[in-house]
Design a binder for this molecule. Structure first.
Ligand SMILES: [Zn+2]
Length: 367
């Protein structure tokens, strides 16, 4: 195995620990910001260092189309290209490709570029190759993302194809020092989820992604599907719930045994003027903040909250000043990283249930 995973503390099914890769170590439970096209929008690699980001997700789909995986490789890989010393995890490209209604067959998937409409092909082997060229520390096996709701027969077909592709990715993966995670699918069907997780685990990956959840299905369907997958995954490997980032879901999923997450939510909300605070989510665009001289969140230690007022930020948003999106991105990521720090502490102290109740009281309301 390319990565080792040490569990330092447990609270029920929740774990806190550290994943060690050839690049270094990251603490879990962990939130990974999304750097879609080689940068987290509005931020530089230096900003991410200042924020304490440990792992950044990069999108294989976008990088293989622009500038091209070979171009990134020519620059010495994504770390040199972006001048980023932390970890990079690349997704397989599957999630973006399947949102474009591509042509899928047993061998792979054919899709059109969002940039120029040109036709491209992704197979389990070419996805491995692209991620090797990009040079991520952790790459993901190509999976089939079935859109929900879908008939169970379709979910099963996607799951079987994902398993076959996972085996091929495992076979194709050669690059030393680069970890490969498999992905469990199976929709919200607990039986299929369990089966998918068990058979993916049998293939033996460095870690396991749980994909195809949090795609619009109700929370009462997501959590049982997640539990069913986790029950079949090995205890000593990191588990990564893909695309989940709302505060209550983070705490609940950690409670079920998830170790890492990625989501565009905190950065996307920031660009639209919405901030995450200990009092919940609020839109700084609203006129009521115009005269407010207080910080975004009095409890936040970020450089934005220490220096600028809600009134000033609201003004920048109102006049479309790009600095506002950058400032709110810095705040929102600081807030999510602080939440993950509180989660790690709660697991270590055995107080995760209390933290869950506190987060639920603020965040249970949708929106
Ligand atoms: Zn702040």
């Amino acid at each position: 195995m390319t990565v080792s995973f040490e569990i330092w503390a447990r609270d029920g099914a929740a774990r806190a620990g550290a994943v060690t890769t050839p690049r270094g170590r990251y603490l879990t439970p962990l939130f990974m910001p999304v750097g879609t096209r080689g940068a987290v929008r509005m931020l530089t690699s230096a900003d991410l260092e200042d924020l304490g980001a440990e792992v950044v997700l990069a999108n294989t789909y976008h990088l293989m189309l622009r500038p091209g995986a070979e171009v990134v490789a020519g620059h010495g890989g994504i770390h040199r290209f972006a001048a980023w010393g932390g970890h990079v995890l690349t997704d397989s490209g599957g999630f973006q490709v399947f949102s474009l209604e591509p042509r899928v067959d047993d061998d792979g998937v054919t899709f059109r570029s969002v940039y120029d409409g040109s036709l491209h092909r992704l197979t389990p082997e070419s996805a491995v190759r692209a991620q090797e060229l990009i040079g991520a520390d952790i790459q993901m096996a190509l999976d089939v993302c079935t859109r929900l709701p879908a008939p169970v027969s379709e979910v099963r077909r996607g799951m079987e194809r994902t398993l076959a592709w996972a085996a091929r990715a495992r076979e194709a993966h050669r690059r030393e020092g680069q970890a490969l995670f498999g992905i469990c699918q199976g929709g919200t069907d607990t039986e299929l989820r369990g089966l998918s997780a068990r058979r993916t685990a049998e293939l033996g990956f460095d870690g396991y992604g749980i994909g195809g959840l949090s795609v619009g299905e109700p929370r009462e369907e997501m959590l049982p599907a997640l539990s069913a997958a986790i029950a079949e995954l090995p205890d000593d490997r990191p588990r990564y719930l893909m695309g989940v980032g709302d505060p209550l879901a983070l705490v609940e999923a950690v409670g079920l045994g998830v170790d890492q997450f990625d989501c565009v939510l905190p950065t996307r909300l920031a660009r639209h003027g919405t901030v995450l605070t200990n009092a919940g989510r609020l839109s700084l665009k609203r006129a009521e903040h115009a005269a407010d001289a207080g910080p975004v969140d009095p409890a936040c230690r970020c450089p934005v909250c220490r220096r600028w007022s809600r009134g000033y930020l609201r003004h920048l948003l109102a006049v479309d000043e790009p600095a506002a999106g950058r400032m709110l991105t810095i705040h929102n990521l600081t807030w999510v990283f602080a939440l993950m720090g509180r989660i790690r502490t709660a697991v270590a102290d055995g107080t995760l249930a209390g933290l869950r109740a506190e987060v639920a009281a603020t965040w249970a309301r949708p929106g």
